[in-house]
Design a protein. Structure first.
Length: 319
């Protein structure tokens, strides 16, 4: 079901000083970095909920991160489509103002086929060429609903649909410790990931984790047992608050190793000390992941520049 010729062409994105188009397919970015032996660096944001949040993201966070020249940014998508329009607005603005490849998230749960098609058509019109295809979570706001009688129940169906439309590089999510909702064991969950890849995903970004063995076991099973060949990039969340990271890991099913939890408990409510420790821990974790063959790093920034900037500087990944 490709886009038809009678539809308006997508808006053109600006070019660099050398004339080379800067908005690229992320699958191509991974291929180029693989040839040069350099890790891909990507950073994730969420759509700000307030005008002041917009100001902080575009006037402070992005200019600070742009100095480190990440390969691409990623913008999340609220549960059940609650930030659908805002996600595209933020991605579009980043690409227009910074000429940096940026990926839009898209979920299928609680979204009708018509809503999904409209979202993808608008993305295409805005020059957005990269989509992270996810099943997603049900909306917390009960007022948000959709006729899902003609939609998708699983992420692999969404991946396949986007692939048929054409024109996008498609990413999907992987779970080194298994998806929190999968009660059939991690190998079943990882086999389901292979189905998403076979449906057309070009790369995988993982959920956060704190034990690198979880990533390497996950990756090796996918590559050596299931024959997966696409890049599998670890997702990292630098710890900024003990209370916050406990909440995040409880929600997503990630494990806080006992030694890490003990250290955080000793630091208590000293947020500065926790943040400094979080950056150092993430830097060591990232160094070992890259040394072990990870194709890059995907950093969950929480819309703040300091931790991601310091981690990349610590690793000398960017100037």
């Amino acid at each position: 079901m490709p886009f038809t010729a009678d539809q308006p062409p997508p808006r053109q994105i600006g070019t660099t000083k050398t004339g080379k188009k800067s908005i690229r397919l992320i699958g191509d970015i991974y291929k180029e970095r693989l040839r040069t032996g350099q890790p891909v660096v990507s950073i994730e944001f969420f759509p700000p909920k307030t005008p002041s949040g917009d100001t902080r993201l575009f006037d402070h966070t992005l200019p600070a991160l742009q100095r480190l020249a990440p390969d691409f940014y990623s913008v999340t998508y609220g549960a059940g489509g609650s930030t659908r329009d805002k996600t595209l607005e933020v991605v579009d603005r980043i690409q227009q103002e910074h000429q940096t490849t940026t990926m839009a998230h898209l979920t299928c749960i609680s979204s009708s086929l018509a809503q999904i098609k409209h979202y993808l058509f608008e993305a295409r019109q805005r020059g957005i060429r990269n989509i992270l295809a996810l099943r997603g979570d049900p909306p917390q706001d009960s007022s948000i609903s959709a006729d899902t009688s003609k939609s998708f129940e699983y992420a692999f169906q969404l991946v396949s649909f986007i692939k048929q439309l054409g024109g996008f590089s498609i990413g999907t999510a992987g779970f080194p410790e298994s998806h929190v909702a999968c009660d059939q064991g991690k190998h079943v969950d990882w086999q389901r990931l292979k189905v998403k890849i076979e449906a057309g995903a070009d790369f995988v970004l993982t959920q956060l984790f704190f034990n690198n063995d979880d990533y390497f076991i996950f990756r090796d099973y996918l590559v050596n047992t299931l024959g997966v060949e696409v890049p599998i990039t670890p997702g990292l969340l630098p710890i900024q608050s003990t209370k916050q990271i406990k909440r995040f890991t409880a929600l997503c099913g990630a494990t806080l190793p006992a030694s890490l939890l003990t250290k955080l408990e000793k630091l208590g409510d000293d947020t500065t000390a926790v943040s400094e420790f979080g950056i150092e821990f993430a830097s060591r974790q990232s160094e070992a992941l890259i040394a072990g063959g990870a194709p890059g790093l995907h950093i969950y920034s929480l819309n703040k520049p300091d931790a991601a900037s310091q981690i990349l500087k610590n690793l000398s990944l960017r100037a």
